[in-house]
Design a protein around this ligand. Structure first.
Ligand SMILES: Cc1cc2nc3c(=O)[nH]c(=O)nc-3n(C[C@H](O)[C@H](O)[C@H](O)COP(=O)(O)OP(=O)(O)OC[C@H]3O[C@@H](n4cnc5c(N)ncnc54)[C@H](O)[C@@H]3O)c2cc1C
Ligand code: SF4
Length: 339
């Protein structure tokens, strides 16, 4: 690891001023991703600005019923928060499906959103990787790519985004609050991560030097239930091959509202907007779910070794939708119907 300067920020203003948009500055959250990448030589910051002790460590209920989750709230605390468990079980379940207890105790909300891809070639500085070194090539395309993208990938990069939490936030229509030296702005969580296109080195819409200060969770509509499901090679401590976050409300035997996001399929959480549109106003049921998801996944372009992800994702989503829309879904532990 290269030597670096360590600065502990005591306020948001101090943090953004210390960063000042310098290419070689990085914010430090729990360090569970950044420090690993520094050890591997993938990240070589000259200045680390520790933001993990900023006063952004609580979950507050706002007057309109939204929850404001501070950027330094640890993943374990967010998963266990009573209001999150009651109103947004999909988020609690997604967090608990990620990493391990020790990692979740360290990992922060802001750092989780900005964790880098787990593509093995990105982490190996001896291999060509357009994301790590633009223009060097993509070793994964002809290499080991079973875990890689089936939707929205480009000739430059076929990596997936690894966060479970971000998939739930996309389905919840959450907003990400950012603070830069020029002020504050919010970006919808579903648009926060980007597709690789011809700029795979850029994972998100955040500007260099902007600080994530909070995530805003809108209140769920009455009757909404939600759940997260993840398929992986091991029962714990493994990233998603495919995952799905579903938020749905059925009224008078009709799908009144539905939001579906996939993880493990693309360079960003994939909002299944085509499937959502097909399902809104329809009678819930296995055939309707399958038709809508097949229409969504018709856009998939699997690689040599990952075509299995397409039926896997469809079956996961159909199963979650079926369970959540059963007439007794309120009684389903974790479904979290709101009154
Ligand atoms: C073995 C292992 C298994 C894992 N399994 C999973 C899994 O199954 N699912 C999953 O979702 N994750 C998994 N993870 C990843 C883990 O969730 C992330 O490492 C963690 O969430 C990152 O949070 P952090 O606070 O430690 O981020 P850091 O490592 O501190 O930072 C990550 C990035 O975010 C930036 N950053 C941090 N805070 C801010 C902020 N407030 N504003 C702007 N930039 C910021 C940093 O500069 C850095 O670029 C795993 C990790 C490991 C090591
Ligand atoms: S898939 Fe993306 S991250 Fe992986 S080697 Fe190719 S360019 Fe790099």
């Amino acid at each position: 690891m290269k030597s670096f300067r360590y600065v502990r920020a005591h306020s948001v203003e101090e943090a953004t001023a210390a960063h000042a948009g310098r290419a070689t500055s990085r914010y430090l959250g729990g360090g569970t991703n950044l420090v690993d990448l520094m050890k591997l030589g993938v990240e070589r910051p000259r200045t680390l600005i520790d933001v993990s002790r900023l006063p952004l460590d609580d979950v507050a209920e706002l007057a309109d019923g939204s929850l404001r989750v501070g950027a330094t709230v640890r993943n374990s605390d967010l998963a266990a928060h009573p209001l999150v468990r009651a109103r947004h079980p999909v988020l609690s379940q997604a967090l608990l499906a990620g990493a391990s207890g020790q990692l979740r105790n360290m990992a922060t909300t802001g750092g989780n959103l900005l964790q880098r891809t787990r593509c093995p070639y990105f982490q190996d500085v001896a291999k060509p990787c357009n994301k790590r070194e633009p223009g060097s090539g993509c070793a994964a395309r002809e290499g080991v790519h079973r875990d890689h993208a089936v939707l929205g990938h480009s000739a430059q990069c076929i990596a997936t985004h690894p966060s479970d939490m971000a998939v739930a936030l996309a389905a919840l229509d959450a907003q990400v609050e950012l603070q830069g030296v020029r002020g504050t702005r919010t970006v919808p969580a579903a648009d926060f991560h980007r597709l690789p296109g011809d700029r795979p080195q850029t994972d998100t819409e955040i500007a260099h030097g902007e600080l994530i200060t909070a995530v805003l969770l809108p209140p769920p509509a009455p009757g909404t239930v939600s759940a997260y499901r993840k398929a992986r090679d091991r029962a714990s401590y493994a990233f998603a091959l495919a995952s799905v976050a579903v938020v749905v409300a059925v009224r008078e035997e009709t799908v009144h509202e539905v939001r579906i996001a996939f993880g493990g399929l693309a360079h960003r959480p994939w909002r299944a907007r085509r499937a959502e549109e097909a399902l809104r106003g329809a009678a819930p049921g296995g055939e309707a779910f399958k038709r809508a998801l097949d229409a969504e996944l018709a856009a998939a372009e699997p690689l040599r070794d990952n075509a299995f992800k397409v039926p896997l994702a469809r079956n996961l989503a159909c199963d979650v939708l079926r369970r959540l829309t059963r007439p007794d879904a309120d009684a389903d532990a974790g479904a979290g119907a709101t009154p």
